[in-house]
Ligand binder design. Structure first.
Ligand SMILES: NC(=O)C1=CN([C@@H]2O[C@H](COP(=O)(O)OP(=O)(O)OC[C@H]3O[C@@H](n4cnc5c(N)ncnc54)[C@H](O)[C@@H]3O)[C@@H](O)[C@H]2O)C=CC1
Ligand SMILES: N[C@@H](CC=O)C(=O)O
Ligand code: NA
Length: 441
């Protein structure tokens, strides 16, 4: 059988990784796919720069050019691999490829979180597939697991470390006391970070991925604009240390949970019991916990970013698409796990309607009665205390740190209680609030 022809858009960290993996494992990939997979053309902004990213043996057979539209319009190309990132040119090219009747493989979570509803509808109408395993948790086959392996289950929640860069930063800060800016620079150099790294550290990238996971888990449209996101840039060393003393690790988690009145969709630094496996997933590794009603908890772990781990997912999609070329479009696995006409429009809950446990850190003037005032305010708000720790002040310091862990409470009530606590004359400054998840059920 003739090889399947692929057009690569972009030849950076991921694009060059795809070319390397395809070249190195060509024989085995061909045996799996049923025919050879060949990169016919590569479109890049800068040909000289692109040629320098991969070894000569990989690039010498590739046809580089600057005309992205010509690749998308090439009648001999069956699959377009979009690896440029961003949501403007990438969207235009992906929709054009679909209109031309080509299948698309993309690693672009921002594109899908923002425009996935339109892109999947266009692909469905044209009878082509848009495959996106690399878009969530890099090399971990989490899309495959949710779309195929777990289809018997009513999924209750998903919680994941789904941004490699921020996990790498948190790990280096905790283990080596490294400075935030230095570790971020290292993550960029290693090819983990997004073109704009604020997407990584402020939670946007994790929220893009979580939006996709939530759609797959609950059969809902992508609703990125409703996601709550909070990154790691304001996290302090003292909160990381206090969490450790209380038996917790802080991770940037994406959490989506089905509730009676809607769906939680939130990304934020989260305390997790240190004994949980996911709390010990460090560096660039990602991990996703899925709670299904039949299977219980399953955990998926692996490299969430980097050239070849991400290429592993892109190439797996190329194999999948190659295998299904002859399948009737009506009988393919649906893009979002549920049949497109069976998606339901569940509302995304605002953050103040979320129910979870909390870590509160307050600075109190060490006066008699302050603890009684704080616990009374919490009790009035129906917030029960799970643990409390008071740190003795250093010599000459007049305020003490008080750390409180609460049981599950409604965020709105916690915020109201915090406002009252901050109004106490005995409390200095503002209260630090972090969310805590036990991830046990
Ligand atoms: N780097 C990683 O570990 C992962 C990246 N991704 C996603 O894969 C995609 C590619 O990421 P990387 O390879 O890391 O990026 P990169 O910056 O290393 O490479 C991007 C490539 O696309 C080209 N490009 C970018 N914008 C362009 C534009 N407007 N016009 C023409 N060419 C343009 C660049 O010249 C380069 O060849 C992104 O959507 C990213 O979010 C997904 C998972 C992991
Ligand atoms: N910047 C992302 C890359 C993979 O999606 C990350 O750090 O996880
Ligand atoms: Na993946």
């Amino acid at each position: 059988m003739k090889p399947i022809q692929v057009g690569l858009l972009g030849f950076g960290t991921v694009g060059s990784g795809v070319a390397k993996v395809l070249a190195r494992n060509a024989e085995e990939i061909g045996r799996r796919a049923g025919r050879a997979i060949e990169v016919k053309r590569v479109a890049v902004r800068n040909i000289v720069k692109a040629r320098a990213v991969a070894p000569a043996a990989v690039v010498e057979g590739l046809a580089f050019g600057n005309d992205f539209h010509a690749v998308v319009d090439d009648p001999e190309i069956s699959i377009i691999c979009e690896l440029i990132g961003g949501t403007t040119l990438a969207k235009e090219l992906v929709l054009r490829a679909i209109a031309n009747g080509k299948h698309v493989v993309t690693a672009n979570k921002a594109l899908l979180a923002l425009h996935g509803n339109e892109i999947f509808a266009a692909a469905q109408a044209r009878g082509v597939t848009v495959a996106f395993e690399a878009a969530v948790a890099g090399g971990i086959p989490i899309i495959k697991a949710l779309r195929e392996g777990l289809t018997a289950n009513r999924i209750e929640w998903i919680a994941g470390i789904i941004n490699g860069t921020s996990n790498f930063i948190l790990t280096e800060m905790r283990d080596k006391g490294a400075a935030f800016a230095d570790v971020l620079a290292e993550a960029q150099q290693l090819g983990y970070a997004e073109a704009d790294p604020t997407f990584d550290i402020e939670g946007h990238d994790a929220a893009h991925k979580l939006t996709i996971l939530s759609a797959l888990a609950f059969g809902i449209p992508m609703q990125f604009d409703k996601a709550y996101l909070e990154g790691i840039s304001r996290l302090t060393q003292e909160d990381i240390a206090y969490a450790e003393q209380l038996g917790y690790r802080i991770k940037l988690l994406g959490i989506t949970r089905r509730k009676a009145n809607g769906v939680e969709l939130r990304v934020h630094p989260t305390l997790i019991p240190a004994k949980r496996i996911i709390a010990n997933v460090d560096g660039v590794m990602n991990a996703v916990v899925v709670q299904g009603d039949a299977v219980g908890q399953t955990l998926y772990c692996g490299r969430g970013a980097g050239s070849e781990p991400t290429a592993s997912a892109v190439v797996a999609d190329l194999v999948d698409v190659t295998r299904l070329l002859t399948a009737d479009p009506e009988h393919r696995v649906p893009h979002l796990a549920f049949q497109p006409d069976r998606l339901v429009d569940l509302p995304i809950l605002p953050i103040d309607a979320v129910e979870t446990s909390y870590y509160l850190r307050l600075k109190a003037h060490d006066k008699a009665g302050v603890m009684a005032d704080v616990t009374r305010i919490l009790a009035d708000a129906d917030i029960s205390i799970d643990a409390m720790m008071q740190k003795e002040p250093a010599e000459g310091v007049k305020v003490v740190d008080i750390i409180i862990l609460t049981h599950i409470a409604l965020e709105r009530r916690v915020d109201e209680a915090i406002a009252r606590i901050e109004g106490l004359a005995t409390i200095a400054g503002s209260v630090t609030k972090l969310r805590l998840e036990n991830l046990d059920k």
